[in-house]
Ligand binder design. Structure first.
Ligand code: HEM
Length: 129
């Protein structure tokens, strides 16, 4: 679903697999325990979500891992996610990245790739405000 970057500079700038594993683990844990969007993840297998998010980020950032999860639009459309919940995810990702001292250019590329994907995942009936 994402367009592949020409090289793995973004993935390497964010610490390769060990750095990204730590970052994505914090990201997933922050989403799951978040007062605004945490309710969405009740009953979701945390370790499986972590693996799939890591693979997906690898595709965005030119890393070696390939996404092995389900098609994201199908998974998310049935959840009825609102634009505000997507914005919350993006804010958490940016905050976790900064907390890890992540390279700002690579982090911004990741956040923007997620933002661009958003309209395909959120509830088409939402006001997108
Ligand atoms: C561009 C934005 C997003 C990306 C890249 C993304 C990525 C992912 C990935 C890779 C999975 C795993 C799919 C699988 O298990 O096969 C997933 C599942 C999930 N996502 Fe997202 N997500 C996004 C936005 C959101 C938002 C905004 C929410 C809600 C606040 C959300 C809630 C969930 C939930 C609840 C699941 C588990 C669904 C299930 O296991 O049935 N996602 N997401």
């Amino acid at each position: 679903m994402s367009q592949r970057p020409v090289d793995d500079a973004g993935w390497r700038a964010l610490g390769g697999e060990p750095g990204m594993m730590a970052l994505v683990a914090d990201f997933v844990d922050r989403m799951i325990s978040d007062p605004i969007i945490g309710f969405r993840f009740v009953g979701v297998d945390r370790d499986r979500l972590l693996r799939r998010e890591l693979e997906h980020a690898s595709e965005i950032l030119g890393g070696p891992l390939r996404y092995e999860g389900r098609p994201l639009a199908a998974v998310h459309r049935r959840l009825g996610i609102h634009a505000g919940q997507l914005r919350r995810r993006l804010a958490i990702l940016a905050a976790v990245g900064r907390a890890h001292g992540a390279d700002p250019v690579a982090l911004a590329a990741w956040v923007e790739a997620d933002r661009a994907l958003g309209p395909f995942l959120i509830d088409p009936g939402d006001c997108h405000g």
